[in-house]
Design a protein around this ligand. Structure first.
Ligand SMILES: *[C@@H]1O[C@H](CO)[C@@H](O)[C@H](O)[C@H]1NC(C)=O
Ligand SMILES: *[C@@H]1O[C@H](CO)[C@@H](O)[C@H](O)[C@H]1NC(C)=O
Ligand SMILES: *[C@@H]1O[C@H](CO)[C@@H](O)[C@H](O)[C@H]1NC(C)=O
Ligand SMILES: *[C@@H]1O[C@H](CO)[C@@H](O)[C@H](O)[C@H]1NC(C)=O
Ligand SMILES: *[C@@H]1O[C@H](CO)[C@@H](O)[C@H](O)[C@H]1NC(C)=O
Ligand SMILES: *[C@@H]1O[C@H](CO)[C@@H](O)[C@H](O)[C@H]1NC(C)=O
Ligand SMILES: *[C@@H]1O[C@H](CO)[C@@H](O)[C@H](O)[C@H]1NC(C)=O
Length: 285
């Protein structure tokens, strides 16, 4: 016995209803002719806040009296946006009209300056001369941002040996994708956090967070200038070899002087009075 092996229920149905035996995945490829079906297409399919969306009507039937647009899925008089009467070419705004919607004689609907609240379904009702109405529903999403990012923590001064642990946050829908650039050069891609352990003075620089929303196609950046100061007295050996020469000359390093005031004042003042008592000890130019 050659022939295809069929599930038992199919052997009964095979002559009358072969399609019901096909797996669902195959059935999706089979569609009745749809060339004349009324459909709605949102252009673009999703929009950034403040942009315009055009709900395009395809296959508008012939011989129509007019049409109405509704917010939501289905026909609901309390959510009617606007209507159009073919004979008079008059538009009739409904309770859900925000003032940003324009209806065209080809039944397409333009919504300008969309807000997050415009996200959702829209239903077109076509009233035909034979009074057999047709309906079609379309939808779009409105996306936001990103807003200008904020980099945490807010501190800008670090000391060598510390960890630099930055995170970036920008309001965005859908959530933003983040990258980091240091001194204008890409450092980390697709991370919201930037962690550099045991930093040195060479890690000073401009740290830029780049936030991008792929749905809106928009991006925003924020730059933080980070200063890393070395710790001059962090080790005993450095302390002994450096402070006698550094402290008297530490003119602009106020932070170092304040951090080590007990050492520096102790060594600075005797040296000062020692020199003042006999200026002849100062080196001559
Ligand atoms: C309908 O009219 C609008 C405005 O003139 C136009 O942008 C659109 O392409 C037209 N076509 C369809 C299919 O809606
Ligand atoms: C778009 O809407 C916002 C408020 O939702 C308003 O501030 C802005 O002026 C509008 N822009 C245009 C071009 O109408
Ligand atoms: C959003 O739209 C609903 C109706 O769909 C309205 O009741 C509500 O006030 C709107 N909210 C804003 C913030 O515009
Ligand atoms: C970095 O900071 C975050 C909080 O912003 C914290 O959860 C995380 O443990 C920190 N990582 C290190 C290595 O310090
Ligand atoms: C930090 O880096 C310095 C050199 O820059 C090194 O001497 C020290 O051992 C490092 N410390 C740690 C904890 O890795
Ligand atoms: C950034 O540039 C400054 C100035 O050229 C430099 O001192 C610093 O080391 C740079 N930082 C990094 C992380 O490359
Ligand atoms: C970021 O947005 C600007 C427009 O605001 C654009 O010119 C630039 O190419 C975008 N950057 C990237 C990396 O996509």
């Amino acid at each position: 016995m050659g022939g295809p092996i069929l599930p038992s229920q199919c052997t009964v149905l095979i002559l009358t209803d072969a399609l019901s035996c096909l797996p669902a995945s195959l059935l999706t490829f089979w569609n009745p002719p749809t060339s004349a079906q009324l459909t709605i297409e949102s252009v673009p399919s999703n929009a950034a806040e403040g942009k315009d969306v055009l709900l395009l009507t395809h296959n508008l039937p012939q011989n129509i009296n007019g049409f109405n647009w509704y917010k939501g899925q289905g026909v609901d008089g309390t959510r009617r946006i606007i209507g159009y009467v073919v004979a008079t070419q008059l538009t009739t705004p409904g309770p859900a009209h925000s003032g940003r919607e324009t209806i065209y004689p080809n039944a397409s609907l333009l919504i300008q300056n969309v807000t997050l609240n415009d996200t959702g379904f829209y239903t077109l009702q076509v009233i035909k001369v034979d009074l057999v109405n047709e309906e079609a529903t379309g939808q779009f999403r409105v996306y936001h941002g990103p807003d200008a990012p904020t980099i945490f923590p807010l501190d800008t001064s670090y000391r060598s040996g510390e960890n630099l642990n930055l995170s970036c946050h920008a309001a965005s829908n859908p959530p933003a994708e983040y990258s980091w650039l240091v001194n204008g050069t890409s450092l980390q891609i697709n991370t919201q956090e930037l962690l550099i352990r045991n930093i040195t003075v060479d890690h000073s620089g401009s740290y830029m967070c780049y936030a991008q929303n792929s749905a809106t196609g928009l991006n925003r950046t924020t730059v933080k200038i980070i200063t890393v100061e070395s710790i001059w007295f962090s080790e005993k050996s450095q302390e002994e070899s450096f402070y006698p020469s550094l402290c008297p000359m530490g003119t602009s390093k106020s932070q170092i002087l304040s951090r080590t005031s007990s050492i520096c004042l102790y060594t600075l003042f005797p040296l000062f009075w020692f020199l003042m008592a006999d200026p002849g000890r100062l080196p001559h130019p």
